[in-house]
Ligand binder design. Structure first.
Ligand code: FPP
Length: 236
C-alpha cells in the first residue's frame, strides 16, 4: 500500500547561492538576486498548493548590511518591487504576510508597505509567509531578554516563573509553530544565525542546488527526504 506523504506544517529556508548562480553565468551578482526573487514566488505558490501552513524565508540578515552599498540598495529595491507586486497575489490567494526581524532599520517606505500588507492579509488562512528581514537569531533572543527584564521591572511577570512557553511569547515568531523542516540551498553546512531557538528539533536538509534554481521539483525532493526521517524529539 502506498504511504501518504507527510507535508511539513512549517518549512524554513536559508536562500543561499544567488551570487554564485550569477557568477557561473558571468553576470553581476544582482542578476542572481533577481532570479532568486522568482524562486521566492514559485516556492510560496507551491507551498500554498500542497498544504504547508507556514513558510519562513531568510531574505536579509542582520549581517547582510556588511555587503557593498550598491548590492544592499538593489536588494531593498527588489524587495520594494516584490511587495508592490505581491500584495494583490497574497490577497487573492488567501496568504498572510508576516515579517520577522528588526524592522526599524529598514527604509521607511518598505516599513510602510510591510505594515499595510500585514494589516490587509492578517486574517488570511491558507499559508503564512514569513519574511525574515534584518533578522538575526541572537538579536531576536537578546531583544526577548530585554523585554522580559522590562516586564519584570514593571511587575508584569515574576522572574522565577519564566518558562519556555513564556520565553517564546517574546520572540518575533510568537504564535508560529517551530519549523519541521529547515532547507539550506547551495551546499553550505551552516545555520548563519537563523531561528536558533526555534530549530531545536527541526529536520535539516541541505542541497547543493543554488537558490535561483530551487523550484517546485527541488521543493518536492526536500519533502520526500523529510518523509524518510524518524522524528523522536529526544524520546525513543
Ligand atoms: C543569498 O545569496 C541571498 C541573499 C542574501 C538574499 C536573499 C534574497 C533573495 C532571494 C531575493 C529577493 C527576496 C525577496 C523576498 C524578494 P548570496 O548573495 O549570499 O549568494 P552567494 O553565497 O552565492 O554569494
Amino acid at each position: 500500500m502506498k504511504k501518504k506523504v507527510k507535508i511539513p506544517q512549517h518549512i524554513a529556508i536559508i536562500m543561499d547561492g544567488n551570487g554564485r548562480w550569477a557568477k557561473k553565468r558571468n553576470l553581476p551578482r544582482v542578476f542572481g538576486h533577481k532570479e532568486g526573487a522568482k524562486s521566492v514566488r514559485e516556492i510560496t505558490k507551491n507551498c500554498a498548493k500542497i498544504g504547508v501552513k507556514y513558510l519562513t524565508l531568510y531574505a536579509f540578515s542582520t549581517e547582510n548590511w556588511k555587503r557593498p552599498e550598491n548590492e544592499i540598495k538593489f536588494l531593498m529595491g527588489l524587495l520594494k518591487n516584490y511587495l508592490d507586486k505581491e500584495k494583490k497575489i497574497l490577497i487573492k490567494n488567501n496568504i498572510r504576510l508576516k515579517v520577522i526581524g528588526n524592522k526599524t532599520k529598514l527604509p521607511l517606505e518598505i516599513i510602510k508597505k510591510i505594515k499595510e500588507i500585514e494589516r490587509i492579509t492578517k486574517n488570511n488562512t491558507l499559508l503564512t509567509l514569513i519574511l525574515a528581514l534584518n533578522y538575526g537569531a541572537r538579536d531576536e533572543i537578546l531583544n526577548a531578554v530585554k523585554n522580559i527584564a522590562k516586564d519584570i521591572k514593571r511587575n508584569k511577570i515574576e522572574g522565577n516563573k519564566i518558562t519556555e512557553n513564556l520565553f517564546e511569547k517574546y520572540l518575533y515568531t510568537k504564535d508560529v509553530p517551530d519549523p519541521d523542516l529547515l532547507i539550506r540551498t547551495s551546499g553550505e553546512m551552516r545555520i548563519s544565525n537563523f531561528l536558533l531557538w526555534q530549530i531545536a528539533y527541526t529536520e535539516i536538509y541541505v542541497t547543493k542546488t543554488l537558490w535561483p534554481d530551487f523550484r517546485k521539483k527541488e521543493l518536492l525532493k526536500a519533502i520526500y527526504d523529510f518523509n524518510k526521517r524518524e522524528r523522536r524529539f529526544g524520546g525513543i
